[in-house]
Design a protein around this ligand. Structure first.
Ligand SMILES: Nc1ncnc2c1ncn2[C@@H]1O[C@H](COP(=O)(O)OP(=O)(O)OP(=O)(O)O)[C@@H](O)[C@H]1O
Ligand SMILES: [Mg+2]
Length: 275
């Protein structure tokens, strides 16, 4: 599969003293839903900012869409990606939702006559059409993130990066945004790179990259990653609920795969509880 992002041996330091990234390498396949997991301070946001060209690497290389990132092509590369950050409040500049999405489109040489139709299309996609003439500051956190996503989608990016885009939201807002992110994934021309602490979200990814203290701890499918509960706990990460259930059963000697029928499982649990 074609690689949309190739990160090779990247070292980065904020202060030229301590390296925040100590030689990180991974690829992101085009059209995939890739998740980056990692404890606080492991380097997740740093790598996102490097891919977006917001910071400059110390050594190593980053290629986006086959182009090695450099000062000359950074503007062009940036045009093909969109980033949604954690705090929805820092992402608005205009006085209405409509103007805000329009501002974002200004750099993209969009025909002014088609602008409104584009704005309405993407606002509709995130269920925010009726809020187009409202002030962004009056929206809830979840609604703000939906508008931020609409604004970015309107620019038709090929790579969408979410850096903990749901972490400030309440459970309802979180679910809304997660559903939008997941639905976007059905479009196989769009690559999603999602940085999250949400292990249940990570369970749906095609590939998970686990970072630990500025290094890649492991790369694999959700199954490969979450089967290593002990390793993950050692680096401060949890495992999803279903894996915990499996683990709990294994602890008492029950292998879930062997139970085709719920009745069998219930029967075995009963007999265990009698001992
Ligand atoms: N602006 C900065 N100046 C100096 N050091 C920084 C800066 N931003 C991050 N760091 C350091 O770089 C390392 C990686 O930080 P980064 O923000 O990438 O982690 P993260 O995995 O995104 O963490 P979190 O889960 O808390 O968002 C940390 O040690 C952090 O203290
Ligand atoms: Mg971060």
């Amino acid at each position: 599969m074609k690689k949309i992002v190739e990160v090779k041996d990247v070292i980065f330091s904020y202060d030229n003293e301590h390296d925040a990234l100590k030689g990180v390498s991974f690829d992101v396949e085009e059209g995939s839903y890739t998740v980056i997991l990692g404890h606080n301070g492991s380097g997740k946001s740093t790598i996102a900012k490097l891919i977006a060209g917001l910071l400059a690497i110390k050594s190593g290389s980053i290629a986006v869409d086959g182009k090695l990132m450099s000062l000359e092509n950074i503007a062009e590369i940036r045009k093909m990606m969109g980033i949604v950050f954690q705090n929805p409040d820092n992402q608005f500049i205009a006085s209405t939702v409509r103007e805000d999405i329009a501002f974002g489109l200004e750099n993209y040489e969009v025909d002014p006559l088609k602008m409104d139709a584009i704005i309405e299309k993407y606002a509709g996609l995130v269920n925010m059409k009726e809020y187009l003439d409202k002030e962004p500051s009056n929206l809830s956190g979840g609604q703000k993130q939906r508008v931020a996503i609409a604004g970015i989608l309107a620019m038709r990016p090929r790579l969408l990066i979410f850096d903990e885009a749901t972490s400030m939201l309440d459970p309802t807002g979180k679910e809304e945004i997660k559903k939008i992110i997941y639905d976007l994934h059905t479009d196989d021309t769009l690559t999603i790179l999602s940085i999250t602490h949400d292990i249940e979200e990570a369970l749906k990814a095609d590939k998970i990259i686990v970072l630990n203290e500025g290094r890649v701890y492991k790369i694999g499918s959700p199954k490969e990653i979450f089967s290593d509960a002990k390793g993950l706990r050692d680096i401060g990460l949890d495992i999803p609920f279903t894996y915990k259930v499996k683990e709990a059963f294994a602890d008492v000697g029950i292998r879930l795969q062997e139970h085709n029928k719920v009745e069998d499982l219930v029967e075995e649990l009963w007999s265990l509880s009698k001992n």
